[in-house]
Design a protein around this ligand. Structure first.
Ligand SMILES: [Zn+2]
Ligand SMILES: [Zn+2]
Length: 138
């Protein structure tokens, strides 16, 4: 696992976060929930350990039952609405950072895509990636 120093913030700057890594996984999720939450064809996500993740600023949460059957909790800025990171109840030991909120999104190097069955044709990335119909088996 690569180590990293990851920092990010919302659009208006009210919320900042940081993680020393390591990056646990890097995926793009194309489930319909992520599409609706983001207004896009999918959400690029990287996972980091929760104990060393720090967030400063007022976040709001939406709790929607996700593909795991447990609530997928999306944390966003209460002022500007930027999606920032997820704290899934199915994986309480990790935080899932929404890569577009990183100070350096180029640090993201996806290895797989999830829920390709729900991915619109125009959202397929040019990079060849491992594709999972829904969630990968653990
Ligand atoms: Zn904000
Ligand atoms: Zn999703």
């Amino acid at each position: 696992m690569e180590s990293a120093r990851l920092t990010g913030r919302c659009l208006c700057g009210a919320v900042h976060y940081g993680s020393p890594g390591p990056v646990l996984f890097s995926i793009v999720c194309h489930c319909r929930d992520c599409q609706r939450a983001s207004g896009s064809g999918g959400v690029p996500v990287l996972g980091v350990p929760k104990p060393s993740f720090i967030c400063q600023g007022p976040v709001k949460q939406s709790r929607i039952i996700g593909g795991s059957g447990l609530p997928a909790v999306r944390n966003f800025c209460g002022d500007c609405g930027s999606l920032l990171f997820g704290t899934p109840e199915s994986a309480p030991e990790m935080v899932t950072i929404y890569v577009g909120s990183l100070d350096d999104p180029a640090l993201f190097s996806p290895t797989a895509v999830l829920f390709v069955g729900q991915r619109p044709p125009w959202a397929k990335l040019a990079t060849p990636l491992t594709e999972h119909e829904t969630l990968p088996e653990h």
